[in-house]
Design a protein around this ligand. Structure first.
Ligand SMILES: [Zn+2]
Length: 572
């Protein structure tokens, strides 16, 4: 076989690339031709009228890429240098935005998915976006299944087609939906049911299933290699063991969580009973002092999947609003296990996207309101690294004890998806009410949440820039493998003692390696001043994209009574 030179190889690459681009205008032109025909311009639109090959939007982009590639091929030895100075963009898709916009499919898609980053799958290779929770499947069900109508309405393709028909657009088959998603949102998935979804379990289960399928296929074929089968079987056994250990750990930490919350509740009950008495005996006084001294407040906190506004849960959603982008709201819930009360901090995407600044600011705000004597806290969070388990949160815990805001602070991380975590219970109640109501603005969302919790809406005056303040401390190496952190002050030396362990229910504690950075004073108070370091004062709030504002205006104007508009949406 003749040897292919690098130059020939490159020429082939560029040909393929240009072919790829050239194919796109055809799809585009076809869509354009169809829309021209539908508009009744003419029953037979000629190629040039339809823009085949001479699309005014495509051709400048095309010629630019063609030139770049020609240059690349002809300048052989210069290539490496050029790439460094002026890298050729690999995905020209952003240049072709008009393709995406010519089909309403993608508008619909954009308005009905939300960003899953920051939620539980952030650590994994899983989807970056989820469909709204109302969708249970992507493809339409077979017409012969039970409850066909109901299932159809809960499938992405089924609902898309219904709305397209209602608004006079074309429908999409299951087969083409596959290509549609692959091209425009390759990493979109059905929103997992929050309470019983564990990322690790689902990943391991898929792995086991894939290996089993390969083994079966090998065994059925006549020329199976016994060594390969054996190797695969052993790998599968290992994966099963990992899954088993993971489940056991989850069970143990669940049991531990239940025990700890129960004891906090009982201690609190006894304290309130004693405090309610008008006259206390000496014995009771001692008992009360003892209880208060040793009392540990147990608190769990978590984020709910974002809530969109406006939302039609009671009345039928107008078809055309399916194509319009809504305003995202994040819900941060704190459950107090002693008093059995809940508090929710609510903020919209202009104050987001949610990060550790939000987690720490809201928890800090919550702890500041506790009675002075209640300075021992045990906090449960889930394992999400983007908002919870990271060096900023640990530095904050250290600083809280260093500045004597708390005398004992323990942070435990649970395996999400296995525990009946109390915030999940709160969130499922909120979702039930939200799903059955018309929620058109932030105030109405607040009212929905207020049925179950105290609600504080943050417009950016509450969330502070904690992350930059925490540069007083060093990073904590190996934090991913750790699940339990304790911060206390040594009674004599008055230095903060930090201990960590791998499992939040069992095992022994090691000293943590988090330190104050060299050159910094350990006593320096770096807790940000809420009046000057909040997001509004620092200019860290974001404005909405123009398209989103336009969409919100359109929905308000057409479908929402004027007294229920979002206050910042001006439709005059
Ligand atoms: Zn699991």
């Amino acid at each position: 076989m003749p040897k292919v030179t690098r130059k020939q190889q490159r020429a082939k690459q560029s040909r393929n690339f240009l072919d790829g681009i050239a194919r796109r205008p055809h799809t585009h032109s076809r869509t354009l031709r169809r829309s021209l025909e539908e508009a009744g311009t003419s029953s037979s639109v000629s190629d040039s009228e339809a823009g085949l090959g001479v699309c005014p939007q495509c051709s400048p982009v095309l010629s630019r890429y063609a030139t770049t590639f020609k240059e690349m091929v002809h300048s052989g030895t210069e290539l490496k240098k050029r790439k460094k100075i002026n890298p050729v963009p690999k995905r020209p898709e952003s240049e072709f935005t008009h393709y995406r916009d010519v089909t309403r499919q993608n508008e619909w898609l954009r308005a009905n998915v939300f960003d899953s980053l920051g939620s539980r799958s952030a650590d994994s290779s899983g989807p970056t976006h989820y469909f709204l929770p109302k969708f249970a499947t992507i493809q339409t069900p077979k017409p012969t299944v039970a409850h066909y109508e109901e299932r159809l309405a809960r499938s992405v393709v089924g609902e898309f087609n219904r709305v397209q028909q209602e608004t006079g657009g074309g429908v999409c088959s299951n087969g083409s939906s596959h290509n549609w998603l692959k091209a425009h949102r390759p990493k979109v998935g059905i929103c997992p049911h929050q309470e019983d979804y564990c990322d690790t379990c689902s990943r391991k289960k898929t792995e086991i299933h894939a290996k089993q399928t390969t083994i079966n296929r090998l065994l059925q074929s006549s020329n199976a290699d016994p060594d390969e089968v054996k190797k695969l079987e052993e790998e599968m056994k290992d994966t099963k063991q990992v899954l088993e250990n993971h489940r056991k750990e989850a069970q143990e930490s669940h049991k531990y969580y239940i025990e700890v919350t129960k004891s906090s509740r009982n201690e609190w009950k006894e304290i309130t009973e004693l405090e309610r008495k008008s006259v206390l005996s000496e014995e009771e006084k001692t008992r009360l002092a003892f209880l208060k001294n040793g009392f540990k407040l147990v608190v769990s906190a978590d984020y709910q999947m974002c809530k969109l506004v406006p939302y039609w849960g009671l009345s039928a959603q107008p078809g055309s609003t399916y194509y319009l982008q809504k305003l995202n709201h994040d819900v941060f819930g704190i459950v107090n296990h002693a008093e059995e009360t809940s508090t929710v901090y609510l903020f919209d995407e202009r104050v987001g996207p949610k990060n550790t600044d939000h987690t720490v600011s809201y928890l800090n705000d919550y702890f500041e309101k506790l009675p002075q004597w209640m300075n021992r806290v045990h906090l449960f969070l889930d394992n999400t690294s983007s908002t919870n388990k990271n060096c900023y949160l640990m530095a904050w815990a250290y600083e809280m004890v260093q500045q004597e805001k708390l005398s004992f602070f323990r942070v435990s991380f649970l395996l999400a998806g296995h525990t009946k975590f109390s915030p999940d219970l709160l969130f499922s109640k909120i979702s039930q009410t939200y799903n059955r109501s018309d929620v058109f603005n932030t105030e109405e969302l607040k009212n929905v949440v207020a049925t179950y919790a105290d609600v504080i809406v943050d417009d950016g005056h509450l969330v502070c820039d904690w992350r930059s303040a925490m540069d007083k401390y060093t990073k904590l190496p190996g934090i991913r493998a750790l699940h339990d952190f304790i911060f206390t002050k040594h009674p004599i030396t008055k230095e903060v003692v930090a201990k960590v362990r791998k499992n939040c229910a069992t095992g022994s504690f090691d000293n943590a390696t988090i330190r104050v950075n060299s050159g910094r004073d350990v006593h320096e108070n770096v807790i940000p001043d809420q009046r000057t370091k909040n997001y509004v004062a620092l200019g860290k709030t974001r404005s909405l994209s123009q398209s989103k504002v336009k969409h919100l205006q359109q929905m308000s104007k057409d479908f929402i009574p004027s007294n229920r508009h979002l206050p910042f949406i001006n439709i005059a």
